[in-house]
Ligand binder design. Structure first.
Ligand SMILES: Cc1cc2nc3c(=O)[nH]c(=O)nc-3n(C[C@H](O)[C@H](O)[C@H](O)COP(=O)(O)O)c2cc1C
Length: 183
């Protein structure tokens, strides 16, 4: 089975982000064909249509990193019942200039953890809306809405024992999904 390079985009810039911890724990659990690589969105300037065709270096780098990936995993918190602005900015930066979107056709999955009880459900729904427009086939099931609680992560940084099988199932489904879209 050939490798599938997965660009992991974390929708939080926070140093001790639960979502980054989640992304790192998922990387430890990922089945062999998936190779996770976080693509940072921290250096991206705010999208400005006047810069189309004359993008800043961080934007150029970001676009190349997405182009080189064969799948994308979004790991995001929920901000005010939607996705964080930094994540929307990254999606916009990758989508332009018009006709040159780097997202088109890339298989994707979404997951997230928040402190609230609905565990990023609304953020994920908003994100799915944007990904549909960007023409990214997005894994439908299983949906995973996580609340940051003791035990979610084990001391060694892995997913805690209580959720590990469920997360492994998610990654298996994502692998099968991503494989469908490889040339
Ligand atoms: C601006 C802002 C808005 C937030 N809105 C929500 C929200 O709508 N739902 C929710 O469950 N948590 C919300 N939170 C709390 C986040 O779940 C919490 O800060 C979480 O730790 C963010 O993820 P991170 O640890 O990966 O940075 C919000 C936090 C911030 C800073």
């Amino acid at each position: 089975m050939s490798q599938i390079k997965v660009a992991v985009i974390v929708g939080s810039l926070r140093k001790n982000s639960f979502n980054r911890r989640l992304a790192q724990a998922l990387a430890l659990l990922a089945p062999k064909p998936l190779v996770f690589e976080e693509v940072s969105i921290a250096e991206l300037p705010l999208y400005d249509q006047d810069a189309d065709g004359n993008e800043a270096e961080p934007v150029k780098r970001f676009r190349i990193q997405i182009q080189e990936a064969q799948a994308v995993l979004f790991v995001t918190p929920e901000y005010n019942r939607s996705i964080p602005g930094v994540l929307k900015n990254a999606l916009d930066q990758g989508s332009r200039p018009y006709g040159k979107s780097v997202w088109t056709g890339k298989p994707a999955a979404v997951i997230g953890v928040s402190v609230g009880a609905i565990g990023t459900a609304l953020a994920q729904q908003h994100l799915r809306n944007v990904l549909a427009y960007l023409d990214m086939p997005t894994l439908g099931q299983p949906e995973i809405f996580l609340q940051a609680k003791d035990g979610l992560f084990a001391d060694d940084g892995q997913i805690g024992a209580g959720s590990r099988d469920f997360m492994a199932g998610f990654l298996q489904q994502f692998t099968a999904w991503a494989q469908l879209y490889q040339p």
